[in-house]
Design a protein around this ligand. Structure first.
Ligand SMILES: Cc1ncc(C[n+]2csc(CCOP(=O)(O)OP(=O)(O)O)c2C)c(N)n1
Length: 162
């Protein structure tokens, strides 16, 4: 429990600093903070095993840190540096580290839903029991990518949790 608390505090402190730097004009583009959602990333990540993947929308800093990125590499990404988790080319919304099981970071609201489903099918076709967590907000739940009922039957053993 103490470790969970440390991870949550790390994300909170990081985001407070990122918000401060954004206000000072040191971070270009958008900057979507993960403040208030720390327990979601920490709790769910703690239930995953090797080979499980996650994917999310643009509110991605916390997930990057919790899947193993150093705060330094996330801050480097925010400030557009080559040492960033996405080589400084993604910025706040497009953190990306597939080796750590983290498939972004997506600026298009709801884009992560079909992509996450595809990752789930990949795990299924490979015959693994790995799972994929697709995170999205209530805004994304109103997108056709999520809503279209005709694709639901083909989900098979892919289960959808909200
Ligand atoms: C396809 C698409 N439509 C609209 C937008 C503009 N947009 C940016 S954030 C946002 C709201 C998303 O809300 P939610 O998914 O609940 O995420 P939250 O910011 O609340 O975490 C919208 C509509 C977008 N980025 N992509």
């Amino acid at each position: 429990m103490l470790d969970f608390f440390k991870q949550m505090s790390l994300v909170r402190r990081f985001e407070e600093k990122a918000g401060q730097m954004y206000g000072m004009g040191l971070i270009g583009g958008f900057c979507h903070l993960y403040i208030g959602q720390e327990a979601v990333a920490v709790g769910l990540q703690s239930a995953l095993k090797k080979g499980d993947n996650i994917i999310t929308g643009y509110r991605a800093h916390g997930h990057a840190i919790i899947t193993g990125a150093t705060p330094k590499s996330v801050m480097a990404e925010l400030t557009g540096r080559a040492a960033g988790i996405a080589k400084g080319k993604g910025g706040s919304m497009h953190m990306f580290d597939p080796k750590a099981g983290f498939f972004g970071g997506h600026g298009i609201v709801g884009a992560q839903v079909p992509l996450g489903t595809g990752l789930g099918f990949a795990a299924k076709y490979k015959g693994t029991d790995n799972v994929v967590l697709t995170y999205f907000g209530d805004g994304a739940a109103n997108q056709a990518r999520f809503m279209k009922p005709s694709i639901w039957p083909s989900f098979g053993t892919c289960r959808l949790f909200m």
